[in-house]
Unconditional design. Structure first.
Ligand SMILES: [Zn+2]
Ligand SMILES: [Zn+2]
Length: 341
């Protein structure tokens, strides 16, 4: 008889997840079975379950791409990890390894990629299958709940900061101090950047300051752009836009210094107008940033393991997933939630 495990299963878009007993998957060649200790809840999981994006996940599916736990079983031919090793199972489940993106370190752009918790079952379960070559290696005896958000929020913001090309001593503005932004502030500080933060909630501004931002501006109070330009002596070298707000993207471009780069890693619904005159005359780069490659993940984990980056995480039992989604949609979650199966 097949072994069973508890999982939160999406059986239709926009419907609550169902807690069910499903078969424990078996690792094939190159794969590992990971016993999930915790799985972070990313806003993308809500979009996946609601079927919000043009490319839909398979139905039914198990969401979750911030799963962390230990390797419980090895498929044939796995040499990279051993049973008992702590790992994380990120969004990038698998990439082809041979296309122009894969061979140049841009595997998150691989057209042949598969994604954990989207078109491959994810970590909202007692076990999750992963490709041994794509898991993130965690330090020995990790605090699993603390490490869970690094698998997506961590690597996404770390890569986003890198994508702004801001150098040590230069100014980075983190726009939006939510689940992504509060981690971004810490990566930027760990990378010796000078940090300013923007949000619309005063407690988020306070959080940003406590994490090392030299100043924090309320986007709704006064002229936030003018204040950033003044505080940074002419505009930010890099701006990382993490807020799910179109208005904040427009603002992000306006506060960039000439030759600056604006990296977008939030995904608000809708488009924003590009001020072409400013972008051309100030030679501003506007760039998307999507997760990170395996090396980025490993560096993002290393910063967290060293204690320089700590996500604010609260945990809840897997059974509470629908309630957690509701609170996330209502903007009631401070930091990140991790589900415990
Ligand atoms: Zn995510
Ligand atoms: Zn590829």
């Amino acid at each position: 008889m097949a072994r069973k495990m508890k999982a939160a299963v999406a059986r239709g878009f926009g419907r609550p997840l169902a807690i069910e007993d499903v078969p424990v998957p078996e690792p094939g060649p190159g794969q590992v079975l990971v016993k999930v200790a915790a799985c972070g809840v990313c806003h993308s999981d809500v979009h996946a379950v609601d079927g919000d994006w043009p490319l839909k996940p398979k139905i039914p599916f198990i969401p979750g791409h911030e799963g962390v736990g230990v390797v419980a079983e090895l498929g044939p031919g796995v040499g990279r990890v051993r049973e008992g090793d702590p790992v994380c199972v990120p969004w990038l489940h698998h990439a082809c390894g041979t296309c122009e993106y894969c061979t140049t370190g841009w595997e998150p752009l691989c057209p042949g990629q598969t994604n954990t918790g989207y078109n491959v079952d994810g970590g909202y379960a007692e076990y999750v299958l992963a490709e041994a070559a794509f898991v993130g290696l965690l330090p020995k005896d990790p605090d699993f709940v603390a490490m869970a958000p690094i698998a997506c929020a961590g690597v996404t913001t770390y890569k986003g900061v890198k994508e702004t090309e801001a150098r040590p001593g230069e100014w980075l503005i983190v726009s939006g101090v939510g689940g992504l932004g509060h981690v971004a502030v810490q990566y930027a500080r760990a990378m010796a950047l000078r940090v300013g933060a923007i949000d619309v909630a005063d407690e988020k501004l306070e959080l940003a300051r406590s994490l090392g931002a030299e100043f924090a501006v309320n986007a709704h109070a006064g002229d936030a752009v003018a204040e950033v330009i003044e505080r940074t002596g002419g505009g930010a070298h890099g701006v990382l836009a993490t807020a799910a707000s179109v208005a904040s993207f427009t603002q992000a471009v306006a506060m960039a210094r000439p030759r600056g780069t604006v990296a977008l890693c939030g995904l608000p619904a809708g488009d924003f107008p590009t001020p072409i005159f400013d972008v051309v005359l100030k030679r501003i780069t506007i760039r998307g940033s999507i997760v990170g490659n395996r090396q980025d993940l490993s560096e993002a984990v290393a910063f967290a393991a060293s204690g320089q980056v700590k996500a604010t995480v609260h945990s809840a039992p897997l059974e509470d997933v629908n309630d957690v989604f509701a609170r996330l949609k209502a903007g009631e979650i401070d930091g990140r939630m991790a589900l415990i199966p």
